[in-house]
Design a protein around this ligand. Sequence first.
Ligand SMILES: [Ca+2]
Length: 157
Amino acid sequence: MYGGDGADYISGTIGSAGATIGITFAYSAFSDSTLSAMDTIAIGTGAATGTYVQSYAPGGLVLASFSATDVGTATNGVVVFTGTFNDDLTSRVAALNSAITTTGAVAFFNGSGNTRTYMFIQGGSTDTVVQVGLTSSAVAAGSVTLAGGRTVTYNMA
Ligand SMILES: [Ca+2]
C-alpha cells in the first residue's frame, strides 16, 4: 500500500493483540511523508500492540545509531532522548536531523509530549517523518529489523 505525496491516514484493525497486519506500508520517496505533511499509520484505535512492516522502494536504508551529548542515543534504530530534552516533535526532528548523518538511516522515537511514536528517516534535504500508532505505545529497543535495505519491521509494544 502506497500513501504517496501529502498527509495520509492509513489505518487498519487488528484482530488480536500481537497479531501481524497483512499490509506492507510502502514509500517511494523520502518526501512522501514529512513533518509538514505527515502520514499516520495505525493499527486499531487503542493501545493495540502489533507488528508493522514498512518498505522503502528505492532501498538503501540502515538502522540509525548515534550518541549525542545532551540529546540522547540511538541503538538499532530506536532513539532514547535524554530525560531533559524537549519533547516537542519539531525540536526532536531537528535534533535527529543533526545527529543522524547517514542518508537512509531509520530511527524510531517518542515525541509530542512523549504521547506519540514516530519514524524518522534521514533523507538529506527532505526527511521522512511518519506517526506510527495512535497512542503512547512505543517501539521497543531491539524490536526493529531491516531486510534488504528496504523493509523495516517493528513491534509496537
Ligand atoms: Ca535532513
